[in-house]
Design a protein. Structure first.
Ligand SMILES: Nc1ncnc2c1ncn2[C@@H]1O[C@H](COP(=O)(O)OP(=O)(O)OP(=O)(O)O)[C@@H](O)[C@H]1O
Ligand SMILES: [Mg+2]
Length: 303
């Protein structure tokens, strides 16, 4: 199979945002562990590059994720490094939209990455459907727990090629009808089917990336500031899709966002992360009642 490459803006005089930020990214084998957290594009490639794996039957009741005393130290400093996550305890209910907010550097992305082993959590700390995720085959875990990043990274080829990518790796060839349905599900007009990835705006590309992730039939979506590069209309479209996925398919969505307003629009429950610790768990309409001084200050300055 030819390695995926980033879509180039053929014929365009100025480089796309993606090209500016991720020039000449080399192909990475999907199953190679990453030596470092360079940027989301590596993980984006990894996310889409999945193969079939075991499918564990979901448990009917209980939390979707249970996080017990999750601690992470940076590996950059010698002697154990600096704490990034400090004993995080969380219960993420299934079929809900969970917002994670907090100051920059508080550990939000690190926490999100621990949920599909982009960062490997210690054994006994992260459970999906009651099962320790370190015991789940990593490829099937990432198929089940899809991830979208701030900037979409499409592979070279058409929108349809991108959407078909994951299923193709497991020997499944999506029909044109199935691809069009996935595009509709991601709030993209099915007429985008044959367009080149390089012809799309960032907002359209983000929705193709969403369709490509949905093609893997995940039951959890991890979203790391997925709309921060989008205009208000695209943002609203993506938010609508998330709510629809939750309502129609029972999707569990865990979304990091810097936009308090966005969290208030879509989330069912909000976790406030400050300095690697969950300091408050509130409903979106209760955010003003936060008590932790840093959380309160963050909320006041953000709103
Ligand atoms: N691989 C790494 N090595 C060392 N330190 C790291 C590494 N990854 C993250 N950190 C540090 O961990 C802390 C939390 O980072 P993280 O990216 O999770 O924060 P964040 O809440 O997502 O921030 P932002 O809102 O800016 O995206 C930061 O201080 C960051 O510098
Ligand atoms: Mg982050």
């Amino acid at each position: 199979m030819a390695p995926p490459t980033l879509a180039a803006s053929a014929g365009s005089s100025s480089p796309s945002l993606t090209e500016l930020i991720f020039p000449a990214l080399p192909y990475l084998h999907p199953l190679l562990p990453f030596a470092s957290d360079e940027d989301g594009i590596h993980e984006q490639l990894l996310r889409a590059d999945v193969e079939s794996g075991n499918h564990d039957p979901p448990t009917a009741a209980g939390a979707k994720f249970r996080i017990n005393n999750l601690t992470k130290f940076s590996d950059s400093a010698s002697g154990g490094g600096v704490p990034i996550l400090r004993g995080v305890e969380m219960e993420i209910p299934r079929s809900q939209i969970i917002g994670i907010i907090g100051p920059s550097g508080s550990g939000k992305s690190t926490l999100l990455r621990s949920l599909n082993r982009l960062w490997e959590p210690p054994r006994g700390t992260v459970f999906l459907d009651g099962r320790d995720i370190t015991e789940i085959d990593v490829v099937s875990l990432r198929r089940k727990v899809g991830m979208l990043f701030q900037l979409p990274a499409l592979f070279q080829g058409t929108v349809a090629d991108n959407v078909r990518y994951g299923p193709k790796l497991r020997g499944e060839n999506l029909s044109e009808k199935q691809v069009r349905e996935l595009l509709s599900m991601a709030d993209l007009d099915p007429s985008f089917y044959g367009k080149k990835g390089s012809e799309l705006s960032v907002g359209q590309a983000q929705r193709v990336a969403l369709a490509r992730t949905l093609a893997n039939e995940p039951d959890v979506l991890l979203l790391d500031e997925p709309t921060s590069a989008l205009d208000p209309i695209s943002t609203q479209n993506v938010e609508d899709v998330l709510v629809k996925l939750k309502n129609d398919q029972g999707m569990t969505v865990v979304m990091v966002s810097h936009s308090i307003k966005q969290i208030q629009r879509v989330a069912d429950l909000v976790f406030l992360l400050v300095d690697g610790e969950i300091v408050e768990v509130l409903r979106p309409d209760e955010l003003a009642q936060a008590k932790h001084p840093m959380a309160l200050r963050f909320l006041q300055l953000s709103s």
